[in-house]
Each structure stands twice: as structure tokens, then as C-alpha cells.
Design a protein around this ligand. Structure first.
Ligand code: PAF
Length: 283
């Protein structure tokens, strides 16, 4: 595995890859790898000749009171995990390489960012869309792999790629969970053992919402209440939002139909966790 610190190095590496006729899969990350990241890398490697991973804790997607400074970082550990997953190029730039002095350009995706994480974290998706547009232009991969754990992020990126005619295929990948259902996340390291145990309520609550829909419930508010009530049984978990929406537009649904997204955000200790499930409603 090669490590690149500059955009110039990535471009030179990609030029050789293209000259060799190779296809390239790309996994953008903020590092502190877990099985969810490795799953994306392995899939990219299985479906493309070469796999490029970026490791960049992107400052523009964090709010002023958020965890940019203390976001977990361990380059040596990440590099060795990426190498074991078969990654060919690891791009780990400094902030100045991505946002040099005088930087002024940002990408704003409208509609799909209006609610949920977009409302809870003003400016977050502007930072995500901007860094992803830059990374897509730098790497110019054939396919880019995103996990569905950050479901709204996936929708924002799909919208951006469509709207800006960026020539890349976005590949959505299933959320990877711990055996007890907790969605894997770099932020799970913030959890104390007792909070880690309490956090399992989130997936149980989502499953109860999904099961209610599968059992015939068609009232979005009722499903939301079922999920909220289960989370409320766990005193260490503070719900920020539980939402039931159309899985494509992310707009709220009163009467459930088509593909439905049940999503949530909650505080567990200092960690802010998000998770979701989608359900296809039968006619
Ligand atoms: O999902 C993440 O890790 C980040 O939001 C991403 C897509 C790498 C952009 O910084």
C-alpha cells in the first residue's frame, strides 16, 4: 500500500493506474477504522481492480461546539488496517492541502439537507458535500462506496453527483453492526461500558418500529412513538429525534407507503449517535 499526502501524488498514482487500464474504487473516510470501514474497502477491492481510501478529518463538516478536536485519530493503526484490507493507496492530506489559504468555494445541496441531521447540525452537509466534491475530483474513481449508517449523507452525495454531473457511481453499502445490534461508528469509542450497553436500545427501538410497519401499522406518528417509547426505557440515552420519512425525499410521511426511513439521533454520555432502518411498505 502506498501513502499519499498530497493531491499531486494522488494524481500521479491515478495516471499510472489509468494507463494500466485499471478500474478504481474509492472509500472516503475520517479514519479510526472499524469493521464498517473495512467492509467498504473490501467491497471496493472485490468490485474494482484498485482501491483508494482517503483519511481526512474534515474540519468544515464540524460545528464550533462539535468534536473536531477530540475526534479519534490513530494513523499507524489505520494504515495497518487499510493495508490488511487490500487498500492500494491511502490518501491522508493535512488540512492545508485540502483548504489552502484563500479557500472560498463550498457546495450546498438544498432539499434533502433540510431536515434531520441537516437541521440538527447546521453547515454539516455543506462541509460534507464540499469535501466529497473535492475528493471525487482529486481521485476520479469509477465507483465510490458509502455506508447506509449515514443515510442522509448518502442521499446528499447521490443528489450532488446527479445535480453536478460528477462522473462517478455511488455504491450504497449496508450498515455493519456489532453482534448486539449497535451500528459500528468511530464515535462508539466515546462510550463508557455502561453507556455502551445502554446504546443497544437504539437498534432494538428501530427494529420495533420496523416490525410495527411490517405488522400493518401505516401511521407514521404511531411508529415514531413506538420507537421513542422504547428508547425512553433507557435512562442513559437521551433522544434528540426519532423520525419517519420517505426514504428518497426524506420528507415526513403521515401515511406510510413506498420505502420508509426510520431514523434517530441520541446522546449517550458525550457521544452523539445516529442510526436508521429502511422498510418497504407492502401495498
Ligand atoms: O462519513 C464520513 O466519514 C465523512 O462524512 C466523509 C464522507 C468521509 C466526508 O468527510
Amino acid at each position: 500500500m502506498q501513502v499519499a499526502r498530497t493531491i499531486r501524488e494522488v494524481r500521479a498514482w491515478m495516471k499510472l493506474a489509468r494507463a494500466d487500464g485499471k478500474t478504481v474504487g474509492f472509500v472516503p473516510t475520517m479514519g479510526y477504522f472499524h469493521e464498517g470501514h473495512l467492509n467498504l474497502m473490501r467491497r471496493a477491492k472485490a468490485e474494482c481492480d484498485l482501491c483508494v481510501v482517503s483519511l481526512f478529518v474534515n474540519p468544515t463538516q464540524f460545528g464550533p461546539a462539535e468534536d473536531f478536536q477530540r475526534y479519534p485519530r490513530d494513523f499507524a493503526r489505520d494504515a495497518s488496517m487499510a493495508e490488511s484490507a487490500g487498500v492500494d493507496l491511502l490518501f491522508a492530506p493535512e488540512v492545508e492541502e485540502m483548504y489552502p489559504e484563500g479557500y472560498q468555494t463550498y457546495v450546498d445541496v438544498a432539499g434533502v439537507t433540510r431536515r434531520l441531521e441537516g437541521a440538527a447540525r447546521p453547515g454539516h452537509f455543506r462541509g460534507v458535500a464540499t469535501v466529497c466534491a473535492k475528493l471525487f475530483n482529486i481521485v476520479q474513481a469509477d465507483r465510490v462506496y458509502f455506508g447506509k449508517k449515514d443515510y442522509q449523507q448518502l442521499k446528499v452525495i447521490q443528489r450532488m453527483v446527479r445535480d453536478l454531473n460528477i462522473p462517478v457511481e455511488i455504491v450504497p453499502c449496508e450498515t455493519v453492526r456489532e453482534p448486539d445490534g449497535l451500528a459500528m461508528s468511530s464515535r462508539n469509542v466515546y462510550l463508557k461500558p455502561v453507556e455502551r450497553q445502554a446504546a443497544t436500545v437504539l437498534y432494538r427501538a428501530l427494529c420495533a418500529g420496523r416490525d410495527a410497519i411490517l405488522a400493518g401499522e401505516r401511521d407514521g406518528q404511531k411508529v415514531q412513538q413506538i420507537v421513542e417509547q422504547i428508547i425512553a426505557t433507557e435512562p442513559l440515552v437521551k433522544t434528540e429525534y426519532v423520525d419517519v420519512a420517505d426514504a428518497e425525499s426524506l420528507e415526513p410521511l403521515k401515511e406510510l407507503k413506498g420505502e420508509v426511513l426510520i431514523s434517530l439521533a441520541a446522546r449517550v454520555g458525550v457521544a452523539r449517535l445516529i442510526d436508521n432502518l429502511t422498510v418497504v411498505v407492502s401495498e
